[in-house]
Design a protein around this ligand. Structure first.
Ligand code: DLL
Length: 434
């Protein structure tokens, strides 16, 4: 399923294909979705591109556009052609619905098979799909790709972590698919059950759906004894299968035959060059049910310049550092939870479990990092704890140029997640006026 005829295309051929597909999508959205027709007309642009550069004149699409069209008005295919819906996982506000035609499900399955292959999976693998099944795209997305590749596919979904461990051990699981934070909970639970995951046949993890740092990867690889691969996607654009790492573990190849990627300045919205960091914007090139044009993801990344050693020519997106809406501003300094995670790297005595707690003192916003101490450390070793606390504070200050309160908390006291971890706990509304 490595498809060199697609994945290793020359830039010229790829751009010719992209332009052809882009024109089909522009026409399709203009003709079938009133929101796009209105946006294009108001901006005075025709649904036609003579070159890929013309994309820069086309209006963006944002989450609120999708919300305003809830549930079905963004669909570009008649309802009788839609065979599946999913929904975005946003925790606040109106949810958004995305629809897939039979053709969409087929290309999604192919893209997910491609994702698994580039991660290093083969039809001989046994894949435990511990992403949630349901409206979330993770479970069914990976499931269809795994079946398409021909793996033994275990649709266990998220949760019931002891059973995850049992199944992993009994069924000879070789590939685990879940969020990176959940993989650590599975490893912790296995240890409690007296099972050493590192001694099991498990060899590969396909992890995504939440931001994670290089440090977290090191922890996951160490605790599970596997290679951990980063996979990325979002429901508005497809679900998983938009971009993923190859064995080089150096950037996520964007499936550029199906998606156009742009990086734009989040303030001016001007397109940025390869190498420059900004907001990721996608245009789908093959979706039928719900094509999107210049969708602003709010994810922050950059294109890594240059070719990958694996032979794929699709450009690589650097791991997502955070989302514009997860960004915290502390005394004028912008920071993302994943930067804190990275700063905790290599400090002995702390576990990779942390949370940023936002509060209020009077009218002042406060922020404090809660970090778990490693289980092997005695929590009553006051001197040692003080020393760790000092180091954490110093590391954060030197990496991020801002000083933040640090509180060490007991092992396992930070809430574990079976899906996306909650890295920011916002208590400001509760503490208002305290
Ligand atoms: O999380 C799709 C997915 C499922 C991706 C399984 C990978 C694996 P949503 O629920 O719509 O879709 O959330 C999309 O999650 O905009 C990012 O902010 C974040 N995200 C997804 N993958 C990664 C990743 C799925 N590898 C939102 N690294 C996106 C960092 C990620 N953030």
């Amino acid at each position: 399923m490595f498809q060199p005829e697609w994945e290793s295309m020359t830039r010229d051929r790829l751009e010719t294909l992209q332009l052809e597909r882009l024109n089909t999508v522009l026409r399709r959205t203009y003709d079938n979705v009133s929101l796009y027709r209105k946006k294009f007309d108001e901006a005075g642009v025709s649904p036609r591109a003579d070159s890929l550069d013309d994309l820069a004149n086309i209006p963006f699409t944002v989450k609120d556009d999708m919300r305003s069209q809830y549930p079905y008005s963004m669909f570009a295919a008649p309802k009788r052609d839609i065979v599946r819906v999913h929904s975005s996982s946003g925790t606040t506000g109106q949810m958004t619905v995305v629809g897939y035609t039979r053709g969409d499900i087929s290309s999604w399955s192919d893209l997910m098979a491609r994702t698994l292959v580039s991660a290093g999976a083969t039809p001989d693998d046994v894949v435990q799909v511990a992403y949630g099944y349901g409206l979330f795209t993770g479970g069914l997305g990976v499931h269809y790709g795994s079946e398409r590749l021909g793996c033994v596919t275990i649709p266990i979904s998220g949760g019931n972590t002891r059973r995850q461990v049992q199944v992993m051990a009994d069924f000879g699981v070789t590939v685990l698919a879940c969020t990176p934070s959940y993989s650590l909970l599975i490893a912790e639970t296995a240890a409690e059950m007296g099972i050493d995951v590192r001694k099991l046949p498990l060899r590969l993890g396909v992890f995504g759906a939440e931001p994670w740092s290089e440090n977290m990867r090191t922890q996951v690889e160490k605790h599970l004894g596997i290679t951990a691969i980063d996979i990325y996607g979002l429901s508005e654009v497809l679900g998983p299968g938009v971009a993923s790492e190859c064995g080089e573990q150096h950037g996520l190849h964007v499936n550029e035959d199906h998606f156009l990627i742009e990086i734009v300045d989040p303030d001016s919205l001007e397109p940025l060059q390869d190498g420059e960091t900004g907001e990721v914007v996608f245009t789908t090139l093959t979706k039928e049910g719900i094509p999107v044009v210049r969708y602003r993801t709010r994810d922050i990344s950059r294109i890594i310049p240059g070719q990958c050693a694996c032979g794929r020519t699709f450009r690589r997106m650097e791991r997502i550092t955070g989302r514009t809406d997860d960004m915290i501003i502390v005394r004028g300094v912008n920071l993302f939870p994943s930067q804190i995670e990275q700063a905790l790297a290599g400090i002995p005595g702390v576990a990779p479990h942390y949370q940023l707690v936002l509060g209020k003192r009077g009218s002042m916003d406060t922020v404090e990092v809660h970090v778990e101490v490693a289980p092997e450390l005695a929590f009553d070793e006051v001197r040692e704890l003080e020393e760790i606390q000092r180091r954490v504070r110093e590391e954060i200050e030197s990496a991020l140029a801002v000083s933040i309160g640090v509180k060490l908390v007991e092992p396992r006291s930070i809430e574990r997640s079976e899906g996306k971890a909650r890295r920011v706990l916002d208590l400001r509304a509760e503490q208002e006026g305290m």
